[in-house]
Write a protein that binds this ligand. Structure first.
Ligand SMILES: C[S@@+](CC[C@H](N)C(=O)[O-])C[C@H]1O[C@@H](n2cnc3c(N)ncnc32)[C@H](O)[C@@H]1O
Length: 229
């Protein structure tokens, strides 16, 4: 009840700001103004979902990992923006998928890939509970993530790289899913894979390292951003 009222008040505020802005501009392009207002409304609903828990960890382990890998800082460092289409390989129960899905918004999309069909079923329920409609799950194979070709702005991997039996083969097979200027971003524990080892494996998979984000070194991980080439 409270949530509905909050949505209604926030929506009315957003609409009145939208109307004022629209009036100040011009009514010549009514269609585009209406579209802007609808987008503002949807943005408010997503925001309210955030405070209601869609981004909240669902158990103590997720909470611990989110403290070590703060999602907003990580997504800012990588450059995840509204409207992007991306995939998380090794998505598990979706701890980070919900973060990515809210960040890219309804104009974007997240493919959540894993070889564990049960984990993805859990994630589907998680998305349904919070009304996240921009997530599609994909059950992959050990060396083939089965992602759609040429569609992705980014591939994201976190807390999963060292679980891959053959990361080079898996990420080589993922490469075709990226747009030409797409990126591969990997958050990986330093104790599990050294920066040199990871770079060499990704070079062998057909990527070149663009930069390494070290701001989470005290928490034991680096974030690597690769491009095709
Ligand atoms: C520790 S979990 C991390 C899940 C999620 N990234 C997170 O941080 O909450 C590692 C995940 O990698 C998945 N995995 C292992 N090998 C894989 C492979 N070859 N392809 C895709 N996913 C794989 C596992 O099934 C598991 O869900």
């Amino acid at each position: 009840m409270f949530r509905l009222e909050a949505v209604t008040i926030a929506t009315m505020a957003a609409l009145s700001i939208g109307i004022a802005t629209a009036n100040a501009q011009t009514v010549a392009n009514g269609e585009s103004i209406l579209r802007e207002m609808r987008m503002a409304t949807r943005g408010e609903v997503l925001f309210v979902q955030d405070t209601q828990g869609v981004l909240a960890p669902e158990n103590a382990n997720e909470a611990r990992l989110n403290r070590l890998q703060p999602p907003d800082q990580v997504m800012d460092a990588i450059g995840i923006r509204p409207g992007m289409v991306g995939a998380e390989i090794g998505a598990g129960h979706g701890r980070y998928v919900v973060q990515l899905a809210v960040r890219v918004g309804e104009s974007g999309k997240i493919y959540a890939e894993d070889i564990d069909a049960d984990a993805l079923r859990y994630l589907e329920g998680r998305c349904e509970r919070w009304g996240l409609t921009n997530v599609e799950t994909i059950v992959g194979e050990i060396t083939d993530p089965r992602l759609p070709e040429g569609e992705l702005d980014f591939i994201f991997v976190i807390s999963a790289y060292h679980h891959f039996a053959d990361p080079t083969a898996l990420l080589r097979n993922a490469r075709a899913s990226l747009k030409p200027d797409g990126m591969l971003a990997i958050g990986e524990w330093l104790r599990s894979t050294s920066p040199e080892e990871l770079e060499a494996e990704m070079n062998a998979a057909g990527y070149r390292l663009e930069r390494t984000e070290t701001f989470l070194e005290a928490n034991g991980l680096y974030i690597y951003v690769f491009r095709i080439g």
